[in-house]
Design a protein around this ligand. Structure first.
Ligand code: RP5
Length: 168
């Protein structure tokens, strides 16, 4: 996994294991495409809880506005981060070997009342959408970013409008 670091990241991307990077790089890619600075780390809620807490405090002090957390299995990472910060936490369920990510999805989505985690789809689409959702949140107070997001949506609409189906 390549370590993506920015001195003033607006988004903190964290995953429970380096094995999650293949999926989670889709979040980093979306943010990069929109020119949003992010920092990506592999830190585990159960294997390295102290380092995770230090990083949450550090990146928050450097001006981060939200977190994207990807984890698999008994995926408590996003919930643990949400317990430590009032910044928005976007959770991405990782595909898992035995339950194909359903375990990760239910672990992340079923947060008890009071400490929310916004939960996205399992895998690549979820990671990319979490990146886009972070862009949308940041665009609320950044007109240039809002313009880029509108253009991105228009490009997708054009692709559908001009799509041709194969002949029968
Ligand atoms: C979780 O366990 C990670 O988020 C990962 O999805 C899963 C498997 O981790 P590794 O055994 O590949 O390190 O904590």
């Amino acid at each position: 996994m390549k370590k993506t670091v920015s001195a003033k990241p607006l988004v903190g991307i964290v995953m429970g294991s380096t094995s999650d990077w293949d999926v989670m790089q889709n979040a980093a890619k979306q943010l990069k495409d929109f020119g949003v600075a992010c920092e990506a780390r592999a830190l585990s809620a159960h294997r390295s809880p102290d380092e995770l807490n230090v990083w949450i405090a550090d990146i928050t002090a450097r001006g981060a506005k939200c977190f994207i957390a990807g984890a698999g299995g008994a995926a408590h990472l996003a919930g643990v981060i949400a317990a430590k910060t009032t910044l928005p936490v976007l959770g991405v369920p990782m595909p898992s070997k035995h339950l194909h990510g359903l375990d990760s999805l239910l672990s992340i989505v079923q947060m008890p009342k009071g400490i929310p985690v916004a939960t996205f789809a399992i895998g690549e689409a979820g990671a990319a959408n979490a990146g886009l959702f972070a862009v949308a949140m940041l665009a609320l107070s950044d007109a240039a970013l809002a313009k880029k997001l509108t253009a991105f949506r228009a490009k997708q609409a054009d692709a559908v409008k001009t799509a041709k189906l194969p002949k029968v």
